[in-house]
Design a protein around this ligand. Structure first.
Ligand SMILES: *[C@@H]1O[C@H](CO)[C@@H](O)[C@H](O)[C@H]1NC(C)=O
Ligand SMILES: *[C@@H]1O[C@H](CO)[C@@H](O)[C@H](O)[C@H]1NC(C)=O
Ligand SMILES: *[C@@H]1O[C@H](CO)[C@@H](O)[C@H](O)[C@H]1NC(C)=O
Ligand SMILES: *[C@@H]1O[C@H](CO)[C@@H](O)[C@H](O)[C@H]1NC(C)=O
Length: 475
């Protein structure tokens, strides 16, 4: 199973598209290599793809850059990790490394500059971007990073294996579970369809976990290791392939998971009476001392009150979902990087609510917040999910969603080109003279991206303090 490398690269270039309309520009472009953006798709390491109907090139290629999207093996196919030589793990990340090596070798033939590669990712892709900055395997393969809504540093150390998931996968396909050799030998007799179709089995019972698969610190069994140390330690010790970094979260992330609880009497009652049993799963709390941690979180986020079908209760529970799955992890990584990376870190929160969202209110069919993935709506056409955002059409003014496409793609473009998201004098008027200071450990400034840009300090730090109390981490 592990020998099959399912790796597909799709390359598209703004300049190549222009060639079709302006053949006379061919020579001009071919002598001027364009910055390259490599996008690593989200999906919790078990879903989504780099396919162009999911993450399409249409908006970014109005800029002079080359876009590469890629696929990597997912779920058990990419992240089986038995803790020994049978399946040491991190194969999905190693697929990404293969793609980055391919880009370095070949992208010049597509008009791209192999010396100006930006790796960008959202959620699982964002965790990947940070890990490539840490992995010795990815060193020298890229020059800037964009990490949206994900980081490999959270409440607990990265584990050395995920044998429990391997056993669960085996059980789902009626394979033996009593040794890693037996598990893998049996799984190898299954087709990829059988493995793929068993995915929902991981969500049995009443878990509402967002994802299970993660990077692991690989045991040394003679293989090249993608990750050999704890990510936070690597950053603290400066063992980094440091590059200029944009790191961000959305204002509301997984807030929408609260509605499935507050609007459902069965789930609401169960969460109220069995909080200490449910919270550790719903908020991915480390096992040790999880009852005490659950109680403390309930007090901090819900004021100790029962969960009710009210907007206040939904909002409070929604913040807990958002912070526990994404917000805390991004906060920790931004703070680590701005202290220890020799390269600048720009921090931002995406708060804009437009016409579309990855969460629409079931009654109004309108967006309710800036949800997880919502920032990708303005960077990629997502034709599998929604029609493209219309360009400026008469009469002006242009719709706000379209302005957001112009601003987000301008930030990506100028960052990919210069390693700085701020426009150069006289360039990119759509950025409205954006002045986005890099994050410093003292004042921790960040950019709020909404209808307007604005600069603030100390993102969500008051409410995140409880996590530092429960799960202390040295910055
Ligand atoms: C695993 O279970 C099988 C069948 O029950 C048995 O034959 C085998 O000896 C067991 N192996 C180990 C390592 O326990
Ligand atoms: C409410 O939650 C229960 C338990 O998870 C589930 O079985 C039921 O389908 C849910 N009801 C609705 C209306 O979603
Ligand atoms: C468990 O949590 C309680 C309350 O937060 C704390 O007093 C105690 O020290 C914790 N124990 C461990 C082993 O972390
Ligand atoms: C939302 O869509 C409507 C109808 O297509 C359009 O008139 C409006 O300008 C759009 N709003 C934004 C914020 O783009």
């Amino acid at each position: 199973m592990m020998k099959v490398l399912l790796l597909l690269c799709a390359v598209a270039s703004g300049a190549l598209a222009d060639h079709l309309h302006h053949p006379e520009l061919c020579n001009f472009y071919s002598s001027r290599k364009l910055p390259v953006v490599v996008f690593i798709h989200p999906g919790g390491f078990y879903s989504f793809a780099g396919r162009s109907d999911l993450f399409g090139p249409h908006y970014l290629l109005d800029r002079d850059l080359v876009l590469v999207t890629l696929n990597y093996r997912l779920a058990s196919l990419g992240f089986l990790a038995t803790g020994d030589a049978v399946a040491p793990g991190n194969n999905g990340y190693k697929d990404q490394v293969s793609a980055l090596r391919w880009v370095k070798r070949n992208i010049a033939a597509f008009g791209g500059d192999p010396g100006k590669v930006t790796i960008a990712g959202c959620s699982a892709g964002s965790r990947s971007v940070i890990l490539h900055m840490i992995s010795p395997m990815s060193k020298g393969l890229f020059h800037r990073g964009i990490a949206m809504s994900g980081s490999p540093v959270g409440k607990a150390a990265v584990p050395p294996h995920q044998l429990d998931l391997a056993q669960k996968q085996a059980a789902l396909l009626n394979c033996p579970t009593n040794s890693s050799r037996a598990i893998v030998d049996c799984l190898k007799t299954k087709t990829w369809q059988e493995i793929g179709n068993s995915l929902n089995g991981f969500w049995t019972g009443d878990t509402d976990a967002v994802s299970f698969w993660t990077a692991i610190v690989e045991p040394d069994v003679g293989q090249p290791r993608f990750l050999a140390v704890q990510p936070d330690e690597a950053v603290r010790q400066g063992h980094l392939h440091a590059v200029p970094l944009l790191i961000s979260q959305t204002e509301d992330e997984f807030f929408w998971k609260a509605f499935a609880v507050t609007k459902n009497k069965t789930r609401r009652d169960r969460m109220n009476t069995e909080w200490e049993k449910i919270a550790p799963v719903s908020f991915a709390l480390p096992e040790q001392n999880s009852s005490a941690a659950s109680r403390r979180l309930r007090q901090a986020y819900l004021g100790g009150k029962p969960i009710e079908d009210t907007p206040e209760s939904s909002r409070a529970l929604g913040k807990l979902y958002g912070d526990s799955w994404i917000g805390l992890n991004v906060h920790r990584m931004a703070n680590l990087m701005c202290r220890h990376s020799p390269q600048p870190v720009w921090y931002s929160v995406f708060s804009y609510i437009g016409n579309n969202s990855f969460y629409q209110d079931p009654t109004t069919h309108k967006p309710r917040g800036a949800a997880h993935h919502d920032d990708t709506i303005y960077v990629f056409s997502e034709s599998y999910l929604r029609p493209p955002i219309k360009a400026r059409s008469p009469p002006p003014p242009a719709p706000q969603d379209h302005l957001m496409v112009e601003r987000m793609t301008a930030i990506w473009y100028t960052f990919a080109k210069h390693g700085n998201p701020n426009p150069r004098k006289g360039e990119l008027p759509e950025l409205c003279s954006l002045h986005w200071p890099a994050m410093q450990p003292e004042d921790r400034k960040y950019l709020k991206v909404d209808q307007q840009f604005s600069v603030h300090e100390k993102l969500h730090e008051n409410r995140l303090r409880v996590w530092d109390e429960l799960y202390p981490m040295q910055y």
